[in-house]
Design a protein around this ligand. Structure first.
Ligand code: PEP
Ligand code: MN
Length: 251
């Protein structure tokens, strides 16, 4: 992945049509990295991802020359997706993965990291999102657990997605840009990207965050964009349309 990476796409993979339409929109804008989760941790039971049904869709997207990433909840998600994309003539080197904010079992974090190191092409990246609650120690701890799996540091990208704060209803997840910048430095400059969507929570919130984040340096950004946000199965309020995305002028 390059410096100033921009990762754009829906919260969840929902259908082949949705992913192909998104990929076409990305191509028009010369964006090379797409997000779409196959597995979704949910607060209450409900739609929790299309899971293996999406493997052929991912294979198709990689064949279009686009990198595509998903949250992975278990080590076997990394293995299965990589194998299935390869089996279908897709390019496993165009996949990337992330550890979501809710996946705070360090045994699993470590196993996922080890799996990425051992079972995926050598430049495949693992993004690590911060945990939902504010704690610098815990955030550093996740990365230390991950590094203890012996995954190469060059594979890692950190992602700030804000912290849950009951007292601050103005924003979905309150960011701490200074903490994010300090963590990046303390870890010897592992790239740090910013997830505008999970911080902002909706289009207006995203616009505000864009302004507040301006004076801090991030190595890239992630933003949830859906071809039809009103019909989204997850994070409906914060997924924006491509029209809105263009208005943000961040590409
Ligand atoms: C997501 O990226 O869709 C997601 C669930 O994010 P987080 O883990 O930051 O809540
Ligand atoms: Mn989401």
């Amino acid at each position: 992945m390059l410096k100033e990476t921009i990762i754009v796409g829906p919260c969840s993979a929902e259908s082949e049509k949705q992913l192909l339409e998104t990929a076409e929109e990305l191509k028009k804008r010369k964006i090379r990295f797409m997000r779409a989760s196959l597995w979704k941790p949910r607060t209450a039971p409900g739609f929790d991802g299309v899971k293996s049904k999406g493997f052929p869709w991912f294979a198709k997207i990689t064949k279009m020359g686009i990198f595509i990433g998903t949250e992975v909840m278990l080590p076997e998600h990394v293995i299965k997706l990589t194998k299935e994309v390869e089996k279908r003539g897709g390019d496993p080197a165009k996949l990337f993965f992330w550890l979501g904010s809710r996946n705070q079992n360090h045994f699993i974090q470590k196993k996922i990291a080890k799996t990425v190191e051992l079972k995926t092409p050598k430049n495949t990246k693992l993004i690590i999102k911060n945990q939902p609650w504010k704690s610098k120690e815990h955030w550093l701890g996740i990365v230390q657990h991950v590094l203890s799996s012996k995954i190469k540091k060059e594979r890692l990208i950190l992602c700030h997605r804000g912290f849950h704060d009951e007292k601050n209803k103005k924003i979905r997840n309150t960011p701490d840009f200074k903490m994010a910048n300090d963590i990046k430095k303390e870890l010897g400059n592992i790239p740090m990207i910013i997830d505008y969507s999970h911080i902002g929570g909706n289009y207006e919130g995203i616009k505000k965050i864009l302004l507040c984040a301006q004076k801090y340096t991030f190595d890239g950004k992630m933003i949830e964009v859906h071809p039809l946000p009103k019909h989204a199965l997850t994070d409906k309020n914060q997924q924006i349309s491509f029209e809105e995305f263009d208005k943000l002028n961040i590409n």
